[in-house]
Design a protein. Structure first.
Length: 266
């Protein structure tokens, strides 16, 4: 028995949609932007170079934490846990599965790539090309239910990025200093925290399963703050993709000698 729009009792319309607007623009733009970002991230994480500026302590988030012997000594903020990595293997292999898990299972990103890559459906009131619909009940989509657990790992990763940001307040003489790279790194970390804390799972952790908010004023206050952030979760999801790319590109250019870091203090 066919499912979806071909189910018995549904209106049999030959056209995929009766919409006359350019409904395909949004999924097409989403497809293009996500593809560009993924390709950029793949190239940068596999390149194994221009990821650290020793002079100012700048470490790109694409390589953090750098805990392999392949990393330059100054970039190993948390020590050396592994030996030399072969070519093309990301130095941040330890946390990449958790980062990808958090992003891929994110409620907004699921909507974005379901519509733009799987066309399920490509837009509201537009028939999808699939003959049946099973939701997220089969492998691998039932793994989407693990999002709440990836949220906890994202807290750890954001904490690591925060520590890296503190190391970026390094002056030319080894003392305190601030450069344009420091500002970019701190802004990126701030948005990463906003994106992480605006997660639906965070909202549930903070205020979920409370029968009476009046009996838990602190958790209720925290829940209202997270709820306000949650309304911006989509925007923060895109902003953090941008800040991650800008941060990595800036550090890569400074590390390669393309230009010098603009120093604000020392």
């Amino acid at each position: 028995m066919p499912g979806g729009v071909g189910s018995p009792g549904r209106a049999q319309i030959a056209e995929p949609t009766l919409r006359t607007d350019r409904w395909w623009v949004q999924p097409a733009v989403t497809f293009a932007l996500l593809t560009i970002w993924v390709l950029y991230a793949l190239v940068r994480t596999a390149s194994q170079r221009n990821y650290f500026v020793e002079e100012y302590g700048y470490l790109t988030p694409f390589y953090s934490p750098c805990v392999t012997a392949s990393c330059v000594p100054g970039a190993r903020h948390f020590g050396t846990w592994f030996g030399e990595f072969p070519p093309l293997v990301p130095y941040a292999l330890l946390v990449l599965p958790f980062l990808l898990g958090f992003r891929l299972t994110c409620y907004y990103y699921r909507r974005a790539y379901y519509r733009s890559f799987w066309l399920s459906p490509p837009a509201c009131a537009v028939a999808e090309p699939h003959r049946s619909y099973t939701g997220e009940t089969r492998f691998p989509l039932f793994l989407q239910n693990s999002h709440r657990f990836f949220f906890y790992s994202a807290l750890v990763v954001s904490s690591i990025n925060t520590y890296d940001a503190t190391r970026a307040f390094k002056g030319v003489d080894g003392g305190f200093g601030i450069g344009l790279g420091t500002v970019i790194i701190v802004v990126n970390v701030a948005f990463l925290w906003l994106y992480t804390l605006s997660c639906h799972s965070c909202r549930h952790v903070v205020g979920g399963r409370l029968t009476h908010f009046s009996k838990h004023p602190v958790r209720y206050r925290a829940w209202t703050i997270v709820s306000r952030l949650n309304t911006r979760h989509m925007e923060l999801a895109w902003i953090t993709l941008g800040t991650l790319m800008v941060t990595d590109a800036y550090i890569a250019l400074v590390a390669s000698g393309a230009f010098s870091d603009l120093r604000l203090v020392n």
